[in-house]
Design a protein around this ligand. Sequence first.
Ligand code: NDP
Length: 451
Amino acid sequence: MNKYLEKVLAKVEAKNPNEPEYLQAVKEVLSSIEPVIDANPDFEKLAILERIVEPERIITFRVPWVDDNGQVQVNRGFRVQYSSLIGPYKGGLRFHPSVNQSIMKFLGFEQIFKNALSGLPIGGGKGGSDFDPKGKSDAEVMRFCQSFMTELYRHIGQDVDVPAGDIGVGGREIGFLFGQYKRIRNGYEGGVLTGKAVGYGGSLARTQATGYGLIYYMREMLKANGGQTFEGKTVTISGSGNVAIYACEKAQEYGAKVVAMSDSNGCIYDKNGIDLAAIKEIKEVKRGRVKDYLNYHADAKYMETADRNDAPIWTIKSDIALPCATQNELSLTSAKKLVANGVIAVGEGANMPSTEEAIEYLQENKVLFAPAKAANAGGVSTSAIEMSQNSMRYYYTFEEVDKRLDAIMTNIFKACDEASKQYGMEGNYVAGANIAAFQTISKAMLAQGVV
Ligand code: NDP
């Protein structure tokens, strides 16, 4: 490895020994931009990499709230304002018990690159809390969100930092957060949060954007590799949340047969093709479990997840696998099973869902691999379109937003493809995505001086 890269990696490891997810994300990026670093020896003196890996600011705060039994609960809130080089900090909020500084930093770091790839003026950030919305009443979720925003509001703004949803933060939570922000600020600052519901500033097609965008990116990747399409392909999609549901919808529209979806407890397999209306009702209306699908289709099969390193969904035969749930859900063991079953393409809808070893194995075995920071950039891109609509005080139609989303995803694929070719790594879209994004970020950094 290039000496400068080695030095930076060693420093990052020494400084952040207890942050495995963050180290994993940094390592993945640094190891794939080596040809650019080789070509720019002056980057070391300018400490370009040291400046990219260090967040501009990390905010942590106490979030006290009262549950339905009158018991006071305390959670920890985070906002990592990673990079404002190309626009206001932008990235979602995650509410999940696993949230800690390592996960916030890995997501924020990835976000800088993803947002650069989108070609839109948005910097990188991420936030959230170890609060678990599962099993909480609407009133509890509202009290939590209000308390969370009572601290967060002083750090954000439509020109400063614009949070959105992520795991555990959907339309309901964004609504509560927005209401509290508006109340504190005494002003209607529509662009301060994205993922708002349609009718008070939200953009049409934002709900669908990440899932649809993933399929648009996959469509381009398949097309560029032998003119393949989704038509008639068998697809497995992990998760059954926002990203998974709309990836399923678009894949089905393109003529694919989606046979399996999952949640953290297990997966359902329906050889006749997933009934998406049933999944939407279970997840979006009843907030139930994927297992409840058996109440709709008794002939489907449910498999419990006993070992997360060998999730049952990846043992099912498919042409295309789309991990759309969470980080490190697709292990080397799973990658081997996918390859043995003849998978031709894997597309990351979730953030960093595949382990480093899994990616290596898939690429070695000539599986087309679409990395998260490129393939799931449709969500944040549409959030940026929501921000511009808020600034204009105007709404685009669903078709207008969807058309822009499609064009953005097509361009992102093109950028990854061209960058991979430019450095002699044709077809390696992980390297292509990292290099294309890094070129944009480093250029902005050089232009703005030592800041
Ligand atoms: P949701 O909260 O809507 O859904 C997450 C889904 O993943 C749930 O079905 C959840 O099940 C499931 N899940 C969680 N852990 C596991 C696991 N170990 N195995 C299987 N399923 C699991 O989140 P989103 O759909 O919004 O986000 C999913 C991923 O996509 C995340 O990595 C997020 O960062 C990423 N992403 C999201 C964007 C967006 O616009 N929403 C944009 C870009 C990326 P359960 O109910 O059991 O927890």
